[in-house]
Design a protein around this ligand. Structure first.
Ligand code: NAP
Length: 288
């Protein structure tokens, strides 16, 4: 029986663990300490208990690890990931932003693009919608997708995951930056100034993506605005909530990543530069 571990008992990790546990008896949800999370699935509002065991106490090797910590928490879990992995273990990073997986020295590591929406509030996790991970297609991920086909966790296999990662990066670049810096949820885009700022961010982000060799449709900015237009007025992004509550934000893996790529290509990206510097300055003053 395949042994699964899910590291990070937050919104994404609990959703993955909950769906896996319905079909497999060998799933461990690993966090900082022993606790029980009340998980509220999107399709009903009855709390489902999920037991968490400490990552530091995890023993033995597992076959598949889903890593669902925030990007700035990845370094702290890496030694433990290495400890529970064999040379055949698949490691799937279920995170936003861009992670340089080559530097992590794990033979089968994949960055997924996550479409799971939820929120952690202390020991309660509310799942809102979706259980979808996009991932690079190869023989290992095809075998995993076959194993998961009877679960509600959907693995979408991609011929070119980098383009999907960039698409999500651009979606996050616009809305996360604007909602965080204005401390206003999605309805902020009803103001012309915020809409223009968001459009400028996207236009500059698209320039960076193209310089990186990413092929995007001509309509990408309008396409992303159509996504934003579907957001409920009061919907916040994780960066908005984290900024509002003075918690660390995933700025380096999103805005910082795009900014540094733009600098590498000598591109004029004044809107990304200014907003990144503001978010970066904020990050210096919160405890990671
Ligand atoms: P989250 O709710 O904050 O969950 C992260 C979990 O990891 C927390 O339970 C945290 O514990 C745990 N953790 C952190 N460091 C740890 C360590 N050293 N050892 C053990 N556990 C540790 O985050 P999330 O919202 O699930 O997001 C995970 C990733 O998915 C992020 O990259 C996010 O951008 C992305 N994403 C999220 C959503 C969403 O709707 N939430 C949607 C798409 C993508 P503590 O609480 O004790 O720190």
């Amino acid at each position: 029986m395949t042994k699964f571990a899910v590291i990070g008992p937050g919104a994404v990790g609990c959703t993955i663990a909950y769906e896996l546990k319905k079909s497999f008896s060998t799933v461990s949800l690993l966090g900082r300490q022993h606790k029980t999370i009340n998980y509220y699935p999107g399709d009903n509002n009855v709390a489902q208990p999920l037991n968490v065991t400490p990552l530091t106490e995890a023993k033995g090797k597992v076959d598949v690890v889903f890593v669902a910590v925030k990007t700035y928490q990845l370094d702290s879990v890496m030694p433990h990931i290495q400890r529970i992995c064999s040379s055949n273990t698949l490691v799937i990073l279920a995170q936003n932003g861009y992670v340089n997986t080559d530097s992590l020295q794990l033979p089968h590591i994949y960055q997924a693009v996550v479409y799971i929406s939820g929120q952690k509030q202390h020991d309660n996790v509310l799942h809102y919608r979706d259980e979808i991970l996009h991932i690079q297609k190869d023989s290992h991920t095809q075998a995993l997708a076959r194993q998961l086909q009877h679960t509600q966790l959907t693995l979408v296999l991609e011929d070119d995951i980098t383009t999907k990662i960039w698409y999500k990066l651009l979606v996050n670049l616009g809305i996360n930056t604007v909602t965080a810096l204005t401390q206003t949820p999605a309805k902020v885009l009803q103001t012309e100034e915020a809409k223009q700022l968001c459009r400028d961010l996207l236009l500059e982000g698209v320039q960076v993506a193209k310089a990186e060799g990413i092929q995007l449709p001509q309509t990408i900015v309008d396409d992303i605005f159509s996504i934003y237009n579907g957001y409920p007025d009061e919907m916040g992004t994780s960066m908005y909530y984290d900024y509002l509550h003075s918690r660390p934000i995933e700025v380096e893996a999103i805005q910082g990543f795009i900014f540094h790529k733009g600098i590498k290509h000598n591109l004029a990206i004044p809107t990304i530069r200014t907003t990144y510097k503001l978010l970066h300055a904020y990050q210096q003053h919160v405890k990671l």
